[in-house]
Design a protein around this ligand. Structure first.
Ligand code: X8Z
Ligand code: ZN
Length: 590
């Protein structure tokens, strides 16, 4: 079933909203846009939520119908022409009005009404690719063309983190790549459609359109992420050497030049958990269930003076792993949803009780608290987003850093007060399993792949070749065996399919979160950033709330300077991990 509001129906609908009434033309237009957009995007978000939490033909059809209506409104010629005409007279606009109009034009560029058939195909292809990804059944064992043993991403991750059996590791790593061939054709189609919509309003590619959300050019973005990665290179090199020696010893293999991907505890080698034996984070959560994990995340935010999550969050979210015999299929990658851009906030996760989900729960609740902070009358609907997307990604991870601090873990009863912890090993495990090693993946492999995919129109018969060139160049990792073009290993990363051309958000978020942490520890708590405790500190909550409640009403560069005294940089991240660098320089030389 498909409901699609056509361009013609839309102009009649809009005709009633224009002209007359009090206020400036900009004010009137913005009031109309914000009101209608809030309504249509709410319907679309609800339909997308259903499609992602209960994959079916019907829900995919409903998502297509509702997203089509948003596209028809946001990309209508009327909206584009009016926005451009208003922006052409900048003196008549306040800063807030100009910001809203710029955002509206970026929304329009996602679905320009001048090429409705391309927009319609895009809406459909996005939804169908989403359904392939969300409804995918991973198969561990096949007999006679039939799957006799299914598996799921939580099980795959668990095996990659814990198994010491090399053959089993290689097998499960290969299983984790099964979505690739199923999605390769969709990615090629999506690239074409995304680029066609973006170029219609003058962007060089879809990558350029996404980067424009930061007020940056593609060259500026690539320079920023390349420079950050470069600055981290020496430390990454030390971690890489440490990891390959450690793993070679663990698996009884010679030390390789590049690390085989299936040796590491993550499907994309984006984090390397389980390398530091002295630190077993899952042990900290022994005896806790999945509900406790999400609740503990909420307790952290509440302790900073933020409101408890609304009842509807608990009623409407879909937080836990489905039972093995469930007929329902849902997206298994964690996400947070702001359904009505107001009070209806939700999260979709598959929490099982382990440290990875503990951190991920903090991450998702960071998005949710960000939604709640800027949902207030002085932030217009269209500016209810992060200061930039990276800030949105940084908040929950910042609380994730706070939740790894030893004084907090002791206070929360997760770590016995008398348990001795080696600080350097603790920090080393943090560098490996969610900090430093993430940059070569996010700023390197992912961002360069998507750059080449969209900006350089990377040919479809080179998707896998290019992917593995980048993995080797940036991460120093190799596949267990040759991966030809029958695979699409990039397609196995959720964001390539459903959060396209935005992965540098996470790279920048990693820089920003250490900058925020550094400021909070030194200037507000007056504690060592390696051993501090935010829990219960209302001043920290207030300072953070001042950033969150702005939404996208201010320029992010100005705010980061005002709040931390510096521009975005890798300074704080490097300083935080300096003890690891000193330790590994000695350790690796042994
Ligand atoms: O996708 C996420 C979040 C949801 S926004 C769970 N992250 C990236 C990933 O999993 O690849 C968090 C860090 C990196
Ligand atoms: Zn996130």
């Amino acid at each position: 079933m498909k409901r699609f509001m056509t361009g013609a129906a839309l102009s009649l609908f809009l005709a009633g909203c224009t002209g007359g009434g009090p206020g400036s033309p900009a004010r009137e237009f913005l009031a109309m846009y914000n009101d209608i957009d809030q309504k249509v995007t709410t319907v679309a978000a609800e339909a997308s939520w259903k499609a992602a939490t209960d994959v079916s033909e019907q829900h995919t059809g409903e998502r297509i119908g509702a997203s089509g209506a948003v596209a028809a409104f946001e990309g209508s010629r009327y909206v584009i022409d009016t926005t451009r005409a208003l922006l052409a007279k900048p003196d008549a606009l306040s800063d807030l009005e100009r910001r809203q109009l710029n955002r509206i034009l970026l929304n329009a560029a996602e679905a320009p009404g001048t090429i409705p058939e391309v927009v319609e195909r895009r809406v459909q292809t996005e939804a169908r690719a989403g359904a392939i990804l969300d409804g995918f059944a991973f198969c561990m064992d096949e007999r006679g063309g039939k799957c006799v043993k299914k598996t799921n991403p939580n099980e795959i991750d668990e095996l990659l983190e814990k198994s010491r059996d090399m053959a089993a590791r290689q097998k499960v790593w290969e299983v984790s790549k099964q979505t690739g061939p199923a999605l390769k054709k969709s990615l090629a189609e999506l690239r074409e459609l995304r680029n066609r919509v973006a170029t219609e309003l003058g962007f060089s590619s879809y990558f350029h359109l996404q980067v424009a959300g930061y007020g940056m050019t593609v060259a500026e973005m690539m320079q920023l992420i390349d420079r950050s990665q470069q600055e981290l290179r020496p430390l990454y090199g030390l971690l890489h050497t440490y990891a390959k020696k450690k793993l070679a010893a663990r698996y009884g293999q010679p030390v390789p030049k590049a690390i085989p991907a299936h040796w590491l505890g993550n499907r994309w080698a984006q984090e390397w958990p389980g390398l530091v034996e002295a630190v077993n984070l899952d042990d900290l959560l022994k005896g806790r269930d999945a509900e406790w994990i999400v609740k503990q995340g909420e307790r952290f935010y509440v302790s900073l003076g933020m409101a408890p999550l609304p009842k509807s969050f608990w009623g409407k979210s879909d937080l836990y792993q489905l039972p093995a015999d469930s007929k329902r299929m849902k997206n298994t990658h964690a996400s947070a949803w702001h359904i009505d851009a107001d009070k209806d906030v939700r999260s979709l996760m598959s929490v099982t009780p382990n440290f990875r989900w503990f951190e991920t729960s903090h991450h998702e609740l960071g998005h949710v608290y960000y939604f709640m902070s800027y949902s207030r009358p002085s932030v217009p609907h269209v500016l209810r987003g992060g200061m930039n997307r990276a800030f949105h990604e940084a908040v929950g991870d910042l609380i994730g850093i706070a939740a790894r601090q030893l004084p907090y873990l002791r206070e929360a009863g997760l770590l016995a007060a008398d348990r001795k912890v080696d600080q350097t090993q603790w920090l080393l495990s943090q560098a490996l399993d969610n900090a430093v090693v993430f940059l070569p993946f996010s700023a390197g492999t992912m961002s360069h792949f998507e750059h080449d995919l969209y900006e350089k129109n990377l040919p479809q018969d080179q998707f896998n070749k290019r992917w593995w060139e980048l993995v080797e160049q940036h991460q120093g990792v190799l596949p267990p065996s040759p991966r030809g073009e029958e695979f699409c290993d990039a397609c196995t990363k959720t964001h390539i399919i459903d959060d396209a051309a935005q992965y540098y958000d996470y790279a920048l978020a990693f820089l920003i979160k250490y900058q925020l942490h550094d400021y909070i520890a030194k200037k507000i708590l007056k504690q060592d950033p390696h051993e501090c405790n935010y829990y219960g500190n209302k001043e920290v909550g207030k300072w953070l709330g001042e950033i969150l409640s702005l939404g996208a009403t201010r320029d992010w560069r100005q705010v980061i300077r005002e709040k931390t005294g510096e521009d975005i940089s890798s300074r704080a991240l490097l300083e935080y991990f300096q003890p690891v660098r000193e330790y590994l320089e000695k350790e690796n030389a042994r």
